[in-house]
Write a protein that binds this ligand. Structure first.
Ligand code: 13P
Ligand code: SF4
Length: 361
C-alpha cells in the first residue's frame, strides 16, 4: 500500500525582497504509531538482554520523553537519562560511557555526535525523521540565509547537521526565548528556522525582529483550539500545558507553555489535580511519575469530523522499540556519522547553545 504523504502546503517565509522560495518537500510518513506486539516472555527477555548489553558494551541509553515507556524505564534504571532535547544533548558530554545509544529521532543522534566526536553514537533506527528537519533541507536553507546576510541565523535543534553548520546559534524550545532576548538586546535581527509556530511564539514573547522559515511539526500542529476549548469547558479545574510547536490559538489557551521538561515540572508544581496536555502522549509516562496523584488528559488533535494522522504521538519516535534497541546493541549497526567539516562547523552553533545554558545556570 502506498505510504501517505504530507501534503500540507508550506507557506512562504514572511515576505522580504531577496527571499528565495523554500519548497515544501513531500515526504513519506512511517507506518504505524502502535507499540509492537511481543510474544510471550519476549518483552522481559529483551529488557534483560538490553540491560546486559549496555553494561558489556560500555554504552548508555539517552532517551527522549516521547519514546516507548519501556525504553524510558531502561534508561532510568541503567544510569542513562530520559530528557528533553537540550538535556539529551548535554548528557553525553557529562557521561563517561564510550557509546551513546540515542533513542529518539535522527537530529538527536546527530547533535550527540556533533558534541561528542570521540564517542560512538548509535540509534535503534536511522529512519526516525522529524518533519521540522525534513521541512528545512540545507540546499534550500543555505541560499535563504545567504540572501539575508544582515540576520543572525538561529535554528531549532530539530535540524540536520548541515543546517546547524550554516547557523550562528542552535536553540531548543527550553531556551529559545532566552537566546532570542539576548540577541535582541544586542540589536540583532534574526532569521529563524524551521518551526513557524515556535518561531512566531518566540517573536510574540520577545518582540524581536524575526524572519520565519515555515516548517511545522506534524504532531503539534494537529492540536485543535476549538476542541480544546470544549474540553476545557467540561473540566474547568484543569490546567492546560502546551508545547510551543503548537498553533497560536492553542498556545493562547495555555496556562503553561514550555519544553517537555518544563511541562513535566509544571505538572508537578501547579496545584491543579487535572491537566490537559498538548504535546506527544509519550510524556505521560514521566508526568505520572512526577505527579502520581494527578490526572492527565490528551489535548484533542482532531476537530469535529477531522481525521488525525499522528494522534498526539510522533510516528518517528514510535519507530524506537525494544527489538531494534537490542539489535543495535548486539550488532553496533546504525552508527551516526557526520562529515568532519560539517561537524566542526555545526559544533560552533551547537556549543554556543551549551555554553549559554551553562552560563545561565
Ligand atoms: P523538547 O526539546 O521540548 O523535548 O522538544 C523536542 C521535540 O521534538 C518536540 O516535538
Ligand atoms: Fe519532530 Fe514533531 Fe516528532 Fe518532535 S514530535 S520529533 S518536532 S515530528
Amino acid at each position: 500500500m502506498p505510504q501517505p504523504r504530507v501534503t500540507t502546503a508550506m507557506k512562504q517565509p514572511d515576505a522580504e525582497p531577496l527571499a528565495p522560495i523554500p519548497v515544501n518537500p513531500a515526504y513519506p510518513l512511517p507506518g504505524s504509531i502502535a507499540r509492537p506486539e511481543y510474544g510471550p516472555g519476549e518483552r522481559e527477555a529483551l529488557i534483560d538482554e538490553i540491560r546486559q548489553l549496555l553494561r558489556e558494551k560500555d554504552a548508555v541509553l539517552v532517551a527522549h520523553y516521547y519514546t516507548d515507556e519501556d525504553l524510558q524505564m531502561i534508561a532510568d534504571e541503567t544510569g542513562g537519562t530520559v530528557a528533553d532535547s537540550l538535556e539529551m544533548a548535554r548528557f553525553g558530554n557529562r557521561h563517561p560511557a564510550s557509546t551513546l545509544v540515542v533513542a529518539g529521532v535522527r537530529f538527536m543522534g546527530e547533535t550527540a555526535k556533533i558534541l561528542n566526536p570521540e564517542k560512538r553514537v548509535l540509534m535503534p533506527t536511522l529512519e526516525a525523521e522529524c518533519s521540522l528537519d525534513l521541512g528545512c533541507p540545507p540546499e534550500k536553507f543555505i541560499p535563504f540565509c545567504d540572501a539575508h546576510p544582515e540576520r543572525t541565523v538561529v535554528v531549532y535543534a530539530n535540524t540536520c547537521a548541515a543546517v546547524k553548520a550554516r547557523a550562528d546559534w542552535v536553540v531548543t524550545s527550553s531556551i529559545a526565548v532566552d537566546v532570542v532576548n539576548h540577541l535582541k538586546d544586542k540589536g540583532e535581527k534574526i532569521l529563524w528556522a524551521p518551526d513557524r509556530y515556535l518561531g512566531s511564539y518566540v517573536k510574540r514573547v520577545t518582540g524581536a525582529d524575526m524572519l520565519l522559515w515555515q516548517a511545522s511539526c506534524i504532531v503539534h500542529e494537529r492540536f485543535k483550539a476549538s476542541a480544546l476549548q470544549n474540553l476545557a469547558e467540561r473540566y474547568p479545574d484543569a490546567a492546560i500545558l502546551v508545547h510551543p510547536e503548537s498553533p497560536e490559538a492553542v498556545i493562547e489557551m495555555a496556562d503553561v507553555v514550555g519544553s517537555t521538561t518544563q511541562l513535566i515540572k509544571a505538572a508537578q508544581r501547579l496545584p491543579n489535580q487535572r491537566f490537559i496536555v498538548a504535546t506527544d502522549n509519550g510524556i505521560f509516562y514521566k508526568m505520572k511519575q512526577a505527579a502520581p496523584d494527578k490526572v492527565f488528559m490528551e489535548a484533542p488533535s482532531a476537530g469535529e469530523g477531522a481525521t488525525c494522522e499522528s494522534c498526539a504521538h510522533c510516528p518517528w519516535m514510535a519507530m524506537n522499540h525494544l527489538r531494534n534497541l537490542a539489535e543495535v546493541l548486539r550488532n553496533g549497526d546504525n552508527e551516526i556519522h557526520v562529515p568532519e567539516d560539517i561537524r566542526k562547523q555545526a559544533l560552533k552553533s551547537t556549543q554556543r547553545m551549551v555554553d549559554f545554558v551553562a552560563e545561565q545556570r
